[in-house]
Write a protein that binds this ligand. Structure first.
Ligand code: ADP
Ligand code: MG
Length: 240
């Protein structure tokens, strides 16, 4: 299980997150739902060990990512909010490099790279360097990089941003397949429709605080609303 408890983080005078606690189990998809600037990326960057919190704890299967970053990172596949790719190496080389960083080698690495190229439908771009890639192509490579080592958990910061309808559908199928194989998935989003289709549980964040958690139907019942969008608005407004 991934557990975050009482996370706080400020950047100078900006209190990015004030009180963030939630958990993610293997075999479930949890959506971190919140508007622009609500603290999704800050929470995710702390969880993945990129950013140190001012207060609070993170445990990845019992491992503290700030005390034991290498062990913690092995459990995670991360799709960050800024997907920097190396422009001068090919897609295949990206995947091999990241698979290698996570301890894969030899034929296991080759198999993992080919499988990732296949499931993300990247055969046609596999031997191109990523310089000049379209947004959607870059997103696919960054997703591949997150999943090439078949991690216990996938942490995805707005994975569908800028993807076309076809690619979003493929992404959904892929996440469901990973979940059914036992991967724990946390993804952030502000798109109600995808959150409703994909997630087993929602964690709603507003203004740096978690204001509600639960299954989509339970949140609708709690707020006596018919749509997730209305439930979200009611929960966020109640907080303010
Ligand atoms: P989200 O991902 O939900 O859009 P973020 O976590 O990126 O939100 O940001 C939360 C708040 O923290 C915003 O007000 C944002 O401007 C601020 N913030 C995030 N990162 C930084 C930073 N490196 N420096 C200053 N302010 C930041
Ligand atoms: Mg963000």
């Amino acid at each position: 299980m991934i557990v975050t408890a009482g996370l706080k983080k400020s950047f100078a005078e900006v209190e990015a997150i004030k009180d963030v606690s939630f958990h993610v189990e293997r075999g479930e998809i949890v959506a971190l739902l919140g508007g622009n600037g609500s603290g999704k990326s800050t929470s995710i960057n702390i969880l993945t060990g990129l950013l140190k919190p001012d207060e609070g704890d993170v445990k990845i299967q019992g491992i503290d990512p700030f005390k034991n970053p290498i062990e913690a990172r092995k459990k995670l596949g991360v799709f960050p909010d800024k997907a920097g790719l190396y422009p001068n190496i090919t897609v295949r080389e990206h995947l091999a490099f990241f698979g290698g960083l996570h301890g894969l080698g030899g034929s296991a690495l080759n198999v993992a790279v080919e499988k990732t190229i296949h499931i993300l439908d990247m055969q046609e771009i596999a031997d191109r360097t990523t310089k000049g890639f379209s947004h959607g192509q870059s997103v696919k490579v960054a997703l591949g990089r997150a999943m090439v080592h078949n991690p216990d958990y996938l942490i995805l910061d707005e994975p569908s941003r800028g993807l076309d309808v076809y690619a979003v559908r493929k992404l959904r199928e892929l996440l469901l397949r990973f979940r059914d194989a036992g991967t724990g998935i946390l993804f952030s989003s502000h798109v109600m429709q995808e959150v409703e289709i994909l997630s087993n549980r929602l964690v709603i964040i507003a203004d740096g605080k978690i204001c509600a958690q639960g299954k989509p139907d339970a949140l609708k019942a709690e707020t006596k609303t018919q749509s997730l969008e209305d439930a979200f608005m009611a929960l966020v407004e109640k907080e303010n």
